[in-house]
Design a protein around this ligand. Sequence first.
Ligand code: G3P
Ligand code: CA
Length: 231
Amino acid sequence: MLKIGHRGTAALAPENTAAGFKKAIDMNLDMVELDVQLTKDEEVVVIHDYDLQRVAGVDAKIADLTLDQLKEIDVASYFAADYAEQRVMTLTEVIELVRNELMLNIELKMIAEKEQILIDKVKKILRQENFIGQVIISSFNHCYVKEFGPEFKTAVLINSHPVDVVAMIESANADGVHPNHKLLTAELIEQVQQAGCFVNTWTVNDENKITELKSWGVDGIVTDYPEIISI
Ligand code: G3P
Ligand code: CA
């Protein structure tokens, strides 16, 4: 079963930062989940929210700032003052940091414009960095996911239960599904796996739930608290 840190290791270090990715390496995780979107100058950056209010207290959108402007901003001391030096990372910087240590689950954030640019840039970076075999591409927008298969391993993200999960995976030409853990049953996992697809679930922060999901044979668990996944 894949042990996957959420936004790096979100409960232990500021989310989507080098500090969090390094913790995931130290903790021997298999993979980290991270979120990507585009800056104003069309650089692929790793950050969850569409604006900087929560992580930096700054009233600005990621899409309205250049990478240079974004790099000026402290996005981590919201977590603890010691992390004030952490900056938003590009996808390329993350790959360089985790290479040979961690796989990546890259969640493409749903952006209003420049969607095709985001898709093409992510593909280009992964090809240039020779990192195609180390990623799962996922998104709540299943059209984005469809653009990556079959060259890349892909998964559809879901937060509500479709009538037919396997049909939904197949219609996106995906390899698996990443459901909110609240949607999961042992039967659903079995149904997806019997169709030759995988199930990695998020974001599971309760030890008893992790034990139950493991007993159901889930393929991977995304958590903010990687220490409980290793038990
Ligand atoms: O990729 C699964 C999970 O990260 C989706 O929720 O809001 O944390 O991106 P969110
Ligand atoms: Ca995410």
